[in-house]
Design a binder for this molecule. Structure first.
Ligand code: CA
Length: 382
């Protein structure tokens, strides 16, 4: 089997209601998808992570100009070989960010092809399923005005509860005083309902403010405190880990096993969060998972992409071993973004939804999804 073409599909849609996370206002949804075709008639799909402020054209250019020539004509089943070829050939201008996101997209598509070729879901090729379903957590609580929205966000928590979520991640990073008002209001709203909270400031603060917020969170039994400081400040991560009781999470802005080496080797996080669409794809995630396992650090993937990234993440999560084994070991959870996404559910024939409060791992070959041509057509940009 040979790769005959690599085609990029950039999708975009404006949001009816723009929202803010701590790094800026998001007024559109974007996705950089890749379609890898073969001479055997098998097609694989992958996705490069495009965060809220990221133009999808950046990873698209890396795929088209840098990576496409490296893989066309190659055997798509040589997934590991092609990962190293793509990484080495882009090392001097890549290693992080959108270039590794571009590698991730092609890598995911190659795993999709391998699964379809062998007639197995990707998690079987990764060694089998530790679980057939996963508990999702609601990511939400974005801002519409910016500050002073504690009452509205407390109501949002109840809406997530009604939708079946028992885990919720509250976006913070809008000023420590405002954050404290919000997290207290949300905690009060769900008190006694069996809900566990997490928070994510998207590295809005330096160490002093991050610690001040952290001391309040320490009173609340959070599952984790995510991206408390900038990803470059590994010393800051270590300091917060040493001074706070709440587990520290991070890693969505780190890439490949080389990038994670410091974060894991210095025990800067309790929970490592590679994003499959930017950490190096399924191959990159696999390297990171092994490294994290060796350091006794839990991996819980970050997920914010379209249905392609969701499905790829589910395949990875199925094959993810628990880090600290026990009869009642803590299982990984699925980040389930509840903010507006005009083309996520419509992108696949069977949307990735909750059933009895859980999300099932797709069991079909490859990623286990079927993309809808009409949706691709509708949201495609030139
Ligand atoms: Ca995050």
């Amino acid at each position: 089997m040979k790769i005959t073409d690599v085609r990029v599909h950039m999708l975009q849609s404006p949001l009816a209601q723009p929202f803010a996370f701590s790094q800026g206002w998001v007024d559109r949804r974007s996705a950089t998808l890749v379609e890898v075709s073969t001479d055997a008639g098998i097609t694989g799909w992958g996705e490069a992570f495009a965060q809220g402020l990221e133009p999808p054209q950046v990873a698209a250019a890396a795929i088209e100009h840098a990576l496409r020539p490296l893989v066309v004509g190659a055997d798509p089943l040589e997934v590991e070989v092609l990962w190293h070829r793509m990484y080495h050939q882009t090392r001097d201008y890549g290693r992080k960010g959108a270039v590794v996101a571009a590698i991730s997209a092609i890598d995911i598509a190659l795993w999709d092809i391998a699964g379809k070729h062998y007639g197995q879901p990707v998690h079987r090729l990764l060694g089998g399923a530790f679980r057939r379903s996963v508990q999702p957590y609601a990511t939400g609580f974005y801002r519409i005005r910016g500050q002073g929205e504690a009452a509205r966000l407390a109501e949002e928590a109840l809406a997530h509860f009604e939708a079946g979520f028992r885990l919720m991640k509250v976006k913070l990073g809008y000023g420590v005083d405002d954050d404290i008002a919000v997290i207290r209001a949300v905690a009060r709203a769900v008190e006694g309902r069996g809900v566990t909270l997490m928070v994510d400031t998207n590295h809005a603060y330096g160490r002093a403010e991050a610690l001040r917020l952290g001391h309040v969170l320490d009173e609340m039994d959070m599952r984790w405190y995510e991206e408390p400081v900038a990803p470059e400040d590994v010393d800051g991560y270590c300091e917060l880990r040493a001074k706070l009781r709440t587990p520290i999470a991070g890693g969505e802005n780190e890439h490949t096993l080389y990038g994670f080496r410091e974060l894991l080797g210095r025990h800067a996080v309790d929970v490592a969060q590679p994003d499959i669409g930017s950490c190096g794809g399924i191959t990159g995630a696999r390297h990171i998972v092994a490294l994290a396992q060796a350091h006794g650090i839990e991996v819980n993937p970050h997920v914010w992409g379209s249905a392609v990234a969701q499905a790829a993440s589910l395949q990875l999560i199925a094959a993810l071993p628990v880090t600290h084994h026990s009869v009642f070991a803590r299982e990984p959870v699925l980040e389930y973004d509840r903010s507006s996404h005009p083309f996520r559910r419509d992108l696949v024939a069977e949307p990735i939804d909750l059933r009895d409060g859980r999300v099932q791992i797709p069991q079909g070959p490859g990623l286990g999804i079927e993309l809808r041509a009409d949706t691709l057509q509708r949201f495609r940009i030139a």
